[in-house]
Design a protein around this ligand. Structure first.
Ligand SMILES: [Zn+2]
Ligand SMILES: [Zn+2]
Length: 242
C-alpha cells in the first residue's frame, strides 16, 4: 500500500505513461499515444474456441490444434490483445504496482471487445476468475474482479464475486506446459450455491489467457453446477507472435 504522502505527491505531479514513463500532456488514461499505437489488438483469423490468433497465411477462423486435442469446457474464449509490449507492461504495472488509473482504460477496452463478440443479452452473470484468499491478502485486490465491475457497469450484466471460489492455492505456473498446468489447477476451484449457477449463461473474466488451463477448470466446475454455457473474456492472450 502507498502512503498518503506518496499518493498526494502523485496527485500533484503530472501523470506519466505507465508503459514508457513519458509525461502525458493530457489525460490519456495512463498510456501515451505512442504506446497505445504499439498495442497489437487481436484480429481474425483466430481459433473459434480459444481465440488464439493464427499466422497471417490463414484465411478463416477454425478450431486450433490444441482445441482439437484437449477438451474445452467453455464455448468460446476471446482476448483483446497480444500479451506483449506496452499491453503486457501496462497489465503488469496495474497488477503489481497498483496503477488503479489503468482500471478504467482496461474497462473501456474490455467493453469494446465484449461488444465485438456478444451483446448484453448473451449472459446472465459475469464471474471473475477468483484468487485464493492467501494471494488476495498479499495483493490486496483481485484484478479480475476489477475488470468484472467495470464490465458490469458498462453492460448492465450483474456479477458475482463469491459464487466461484479458489479453495486450493496454486504456485505461479509461468514455465509449465499446458498439460502440467491442467494437472496443477484440477480441483482447485469450487462453486458455492450451485442453485445460483444452474441454467445461467456465464462470462468468465480474467486479465491474461495463458494456456487456458485455469479458465477451462473454472468452466468445468461451473458446468458441473449446471451452468447453461460459459464463455471467457480476457484482456490479453499470451501467445508467441506469429
Ligand atoms: Zn508510453
Ligand atoms: Zn484453440
Amino acid at each position: 500500500m502507498r502512503s498518503f504522502g506518496e499518493k498526494f505527491l502523485r496527485f500533484l505531479l503530472p501523470s506519466q505513461c505507465h508503459c514508457c514513463e513519458k509525461f502525458l500532456e493530457e489525460d490519456r488514461q495512463g498510456i501515451c499515444p505512442d504506446c497505445l499505437s504499439k498495442i497489437r489488438w487481436i484480429e481474425p483469423p483466430f481459433c473459434t474456441l480459444c481465440g488464439v490468433p493464427f499466422a497471417s497465411g490463414e484465411i478463416k477462423n477454425h478450431p486450433c490444434g490444441a482445441c482439437m486435442t484437449r477438451e474445452k469446457y467453455f464455448t468460446m474464449a476471446r482476448a483483446l490483445g497480444y500479451y506483449e509490449g506496452p499491453l503486457r507492461e501496462a497489465i503488469h504495472r496495474w497488477k503489481y504496482e497498483e496503477k488503479s488509473c489503468l482500471t478504467s482504460f482496461f474497462g473501456e477496452k474490455l467493453a469494446e471487445g465484449f461488444h465485438r463478440y456478444w451483446d448484453s443479452r448473451s449472459f446472465d452473470l459475469l464471474i471473475p476468475v477468483p484468487l485464493h484468499l492467501k494471494r488476495l491478502r498479499e495483493r490486496g485486490f483481485n484484478q479480475a474482479l476489477l475488470l468484472v465491475k467495470e464490465l458490469s457497469r458498462r453492460t448492465r450484466i450483474p456479477y458475482s464475486k463469491r459464487l466461484l471460489q479458489k479453495r486450493i492455492p496454486t504456485t505461479p505456473q509461468v514455465n509449465l506446459s499446458g498439460g502440467e498446468r491442467e494437472k496443477r489447477v484440477r480441483g482447485s476451484f469450487h462453486v458455492q450455491r450451485d442453485e445460483e449457477i444452474k441454467g445461467k449463461s456465464i462470462l468468465l473474466v480474467d486479465d491474461v489467457y495463458t494456456t487456458g488451463a485455469t479458465v477451462n477448470e473454472c468452466s468445468k466446475v461451473l458446468l458441473m453446477a449446471e451452468a447453461e454455457r460459459v464463455d471467457v473474456l480476457t484482456l490479453a492472450h499470451a501467445i508467441k507472435s506469429p
